[in-house]
Design a protein around this ligand. Structure first.
Ligand code: TPP
Ligand code: MG
Length: 197
């Protein structure tokens, strides 16, 4: 099924109405506003690729080909924040940053199997500012893993301004970061030889 912006919005509006009528007894994170961008991004996503998402993934599921009735049923049953559809290679975690190491492990597995599939890992702007994001992106680049990270930047962490949360409105302050290079000459004590962990 080829999704248009209007059809996505209609799908979400239907869910919003159900939520407001008290028929969905679980959180529902609305997307509203990123339809054009997602439709474009999914043009480059192959059927064999994997989609890694977080708590707002109904558009991603639909665009990956999960039948709308299945997505709707899962949401009405309260599973909106962690939609997983293994048949269409869609997995989600509702833990901030939780999907990142999962996606990275998946990408490692695909590389080891010489698969031509890729992982597409979607994260919010606050998630992209967490420590785990830095580690995972650095590791993925370093090991040339078949993974794409997509930051969905709405400037908000739930309803808090992300920049404000990190103190961006404050004066620079007194924090200093210093760095120097050095060469280690002694191995870990007791190993007797160089070991790698
Ligand atoms: C470990 C953890 N802490 C807190 C939360 C609650 N929480 C859900 S979404 C979110 C904000 C994350 O911001 P961002 O990644 O920008 O996503 P957005 O709010 O834009 O969907 C938080 C703190 C959570 N799900 N997991
Ligand atoms: Mg955000």
């Amino acid at each position: 099924m080829k999704w248009t912006k209007e059809a996505l919005i209609e799908f979400e509006s239907d869910l919003t109405a159900l939520f407001n009528e008290g028929k969905i007894k679980a959180p529902l994170h609305l997307a509203g506003g990123n339809e054009d961008q997602l439709i474009k991004i999914f043009e480059d996503i192959a059927p064999q690729d994997w989609i890694c998402c977080s708590w707002r993934s109904h558009y991603h599921c639909l665009l990956k080909g999960v039948p709308p009735a299945e997505v709707k049923a899962a949401i009405v049953n309260g599973r909106s924040i962690a939609l997983c559809f293994p048949r269409q290679n869609v997995i989600s975690s509702a833990i901030v940053g939780g999907i990142l190491p999962i996606g990275m492990g998946l990408a490692w597995a695909l590389k080891r199997e010489y698969s031509n599939a890729r992982v597409h890992c979607f994260v919010g702007d606050m998630t992209a500012k967490t420590g785990i994001y830095d580690e995972v992106v650095k590791y993925a680049i370093g090991h040339s893993l078949p993974i794409t990270f997509i930051e969905e930047d709405n400037g908000l962490s739930v309803f808090t301004n992300t920049e404000t949360a990190w103190g961006k409105d404050q004066s620079p302050g007194y924090v200093q970061i210093k760095e120097y290079d050095y060469e280690l000459t002694t191995p870990h004590v007791g190993t007797g030889q160089w070991v790698s962990f």
